[in-house]
Design a protein around this ligand. Structure first.
Ligand code: ZN
Length: 352
């Protein structure tokens, strides 16, 4: 690494460990200690931002007032369950406020170019949280709240959310599916939890075309992920022309993850990040940040974090070789199905 490389602003606060899981739950505080291990060798490039709580106004752009009150009430109880696998402890409300608010703060700094890139290593995660309910370990939808804050507080018109968590981000999709100003793109294992995210889900009404789903069969890895970024995400993003890219960055597509069946490695996360960084440099003046979502293997979280940091700090003039598409492969099958939905609007869909 070269000392002249850009600085990366980091949200990382021990208080994110205060959201306590019941014994044996995969979304546990040790996840952030694993992220910490992944950050160790990058200290000279990281500037730590102070965490802050989200305001009610910021939350209400995405969530109903009734939902806020439900989560708030959980602070009065030692433990709460919002659905079969989504829990709360006494400090969960405060921690979730901190996760959403800090992600907003980081997004605003990246938007204003006060920092080059951002990494928001928060808990609880957010992309399954719906307008009016907690779901899939998520209480408030951090990335959606940040996207709305960018539009309201910086005047930014068009924001892109790239979600490479292995699960489909139903909450984020539903927040923006009728809105042409936020592009939501998801790569995920399918069929899998939460059940949404098929090819045909492409937005509604005036939002048609600003949602794009790339559901993938189990067993996909570095090759398929980079291939889909190059041939599907890149063309759709160039067509949309966002002013900033937010990555819903789960590390549960890692080969060791216990909740999914993908095969992404540290090298994969590095090249995926390098691709997205180059794309951001090309289309939105480099405005790019990552928000932690899932990832339940401690090794996967450590390697994924290292991969992202390595990718951000890689030589910006270096380009990646185009991934070849073999006929009959999983990559080819996903691209062909997605082309039926998106190629009529995005003429260079499928080209690297
Ligand atoms: Zn996930």
């Amino acid at each position: 690494m070269n000392p002249s490389h850009p600085s990366i602003a980091l949200i990382h606060d021990e208080r994110f460990q205060n959201h306590r899981a019941p014994q044996g739950h995969p979304e546990r505080s040790e996840r952030l200690i694993a992220v910490d291990r992944g950050l160790t060798s990058f200290t000279p490039y990281l500037s730590r931002l102070t965490s802050r709580e989200a305001t009610e106004e910021e939350l209400l752009r995405v969530h109903s007032a009734a939902h806020l009150r439900t989560i708030e009430k959980s602070a009065k109880q030692i433990s709460s369950h919002f659905d079969a696998d989504t829990f709360g402890s006494e400090k969960s409300f405060a921690t979730a406020l901190l996760a959403a608010g800090s992600t907003v703060e980081l997004a605003l700094r990246v938007a204003k170019k006060e920092v080059n890139f951002g990494l928001s290593a928060v808990r609880p995660p957010g992309h399954h949280a719906e307008n009016d309910r907690a779901m899939g370990f998520c209480l408030f939808n951090n990335v959606a709240i940040a996207a709305r804050a960018l539009q309201t507080q910086t005047g930014m018109d068009k924001v892109m959310i790239l979600d490479w968590d292995v699960h489909h981000g139903n909450g984020t999709q539903h927040t923006f599916e009728e809105d042409p100003s936020v592009l939501y793109l998801s790569l995920h294992q399918y069929p899998h939890y939460p059940g949404t995210g098929d090819f045909g889900e492409k937005g509604r009404g005036v939002g048609i075309g600003s949602t794009a789903n790339l559901p993938m069969p189990p067993g996909c890895g570095d090759h398929e992920y980079l291939g889909l970024l190059q041939r599907a995400v890149g063309p759709i993003a160039r067509h949309f022309k966002p002013q900033m890219i937010l990555v819903s960055c789960g590390f549960d597509a890692h080969r060791e993850d216990p909740l999914a069946s993908m095969e992404v490695t540290e090298t994969g996360y590095r090249t995926m990040t390098q691709y997205v960084r180059n794309l951001a440099n090309e289309i939105c003046q480099g405005r790019l940040m990552f928000v932690l979502e899932g990832g339940y293997s401690l090794l996967g979280l450590e390697e994924g974090t290292r991969g992202v940091l390595d990718g951000l700090l890689s030589d910006p003039s270096s380009s990646l070789a185009d991934v070849a598409v073999t006929q009959g492969s999983s990559l080819s099958a996903v691209l062909n199905r997605a082309a039926q939905v998106h190629a009529p609007r995005v003429p260079d869909f499928g080209a690297p």
